[in-house]
Design a protein around this ligand. Structure first.
Ligand SMILES: *Cc1c(COP(=O)(O)O)cnc(C)c1O
Length: 368
């Protein structure tokens, strides 16, 4: 039996093989592998794509987020011990980025229908130490709301976007990555815009912040051998930038295909034990993941595996139940815990075929 893979990354790359080979050869032949023209070009393309003034390539998505927060500390906007509000149901990287520099993550429950941070619960979590809100456009769906934007203005908080999962997503015509004060993007191979290895970027309209981020990512140096900060080595390399520039040009057509697949799932999956995702605005969802929810999740996953369909769980253990954050293990976030117990991710990508999608729908509908 031929397995339907959760995500066929080889096939995704193959779609653009000639262009990618050309790009990689160009870098090899240029003989310049860091901080060169390819990175400059991709930063320009991605700033234009997101509609932001500055884009700084960095080594990965976690670094993008932690360097944004470090930059705010270096310019005196944040101090160690200050609090940053984050969703309780996110990939651990969002939270690691906060605790990394001695800032304190304050977890807020999501909305059970959208899985995004519940904007009704943010205000109660704000204290005199709160300096920012990090929203995470989880599963590819926009987490921004006007209420969140207004709260940040009212309380003078920085709004940081974790846009690792939502490249190309839009809220009222504006792209994610351009909705807050700064955004971190991941180009991990499995993301909607994926490199052939680790890669990331920061976007912002704040020139001062963008310059500090760029300096921090290069050892804290903007002039060779002069170090203004105790920085990081976190640079996007020329090879990845060249590949990303090729793939960025195809991102919107890939998103269109993801939405087609999601639309098919939404229309045809009909099962009393399965909850489908809620889509209020198709522009505001790029379907990084297609999440269904069921009280019988583990049986469903096992059943689909037997039928030759690979699914994944994003994510099986909530951050507050992780050993890495043992001080939080007794905290109770019932909505977050319910989501982690019930979610299952069906295969979705730009390269999945109609036939595969139909096979998955038929199998899901026949589950009992
Ligand atoms: C992937 C991801 C990250 C981290 O990105 P890396 O490039 O793997 O460091 C951060 N936040 C979220 C929500 C992610 O999905």
């Amino acid at each position: 039996m031929e397995m339907i893979k959760f995500l066929d990354i080889q096939k995704i790359t193959q779609q653009y093989a000639p262009e990618i080979h050309d790009a990689v050869s160009r870098v090899i032949d240029a003989g310049w592998y860091l901080l060169g023209e390819e990175v400059k070009q991709f930063e320009k393309s991605y700033a234009a794509y997101t509609g932001t003034d500055y884009c700084v390539g960095v080594a990965n998505g976690l670094d993008a987020l932690r360097i944004i927060l470090r930059a705010y500390m270096e310019i005196g906007v944040m101090q160690p011990g200050d609090e940053i509000i984050v969703p309780a149901n996110t990939y651990i990287a969002s939270i690691l980025a906060v605790s990394d520099s001695g800032l304190v993550p304050v977890l807020v429950e999501p909305d059970i229908t959208t899985y995004q941070i519940d904007d009704q619960k943010i205000e109660a979590a704000i204290t005199s130490k709160t300096k920012g809100v990090m929203i995470v456009h989880l599963y590819g769906q926009c987490a921004y709301t006007d209420k969140i934007g207004n709260l940040c203005k009212q309380y003078g908080l920085k709004l940081i976007e974790d846009n690792a999962q939502a490249h190309g997503c839009k809220f009222n015509g504006k792209k994610t990555g351009a909705l807050g004060d700064a955004a971190g993007h991941s180009f991990y191979p499995g993301k909607n815009l994926g490199a052939l290895g680790d890669a990331g970027a920061v976007t912002t309209n704040d020139k001062g912040l963008g310059e500090v981020v760029r300096t921090l990512a290069n050892y804290g140096s903007s002039v060779k051998y002069r170090f203004d900060y105790q920085g990081y080595n976190s640079r996007l390399d020329e090879l990845q930038a060249a590949v990303l520039d090729v793939k960025l040009a195809h991102l919107d057509s890939e998103t269109t295909r993801r939405r087609e697949v999601a639309g098919y799932y939404l229309k045809h999956i009909i099962h009393p034990d399965i909850t489908l995702p809620v889509v209020n605005d198709w522009n505001a969802h790029v379907f990084h993941l297609f999440i269904i929810r069921s009280a019988k999740r583990d049986e469903l996953q096992h059943y689909l595996r037997e039928k030759g369909i690979q699914t994944l769980i994003h994510y099986p253990i909530p951050p507050h139940k992780q050993k890495a954050y043992s001080a939080w293990n007794d905290f109770s976030f019932p909505i977050t815990e319910k989501i982690h117990a019930e979610v299952l991710s069906l295969p979705i990508s730009a390269v999945i075929t109609d036939e595969e999608v139909k096979t998955i729908v038929d199998a899901v509908n026949a589950f009992c």
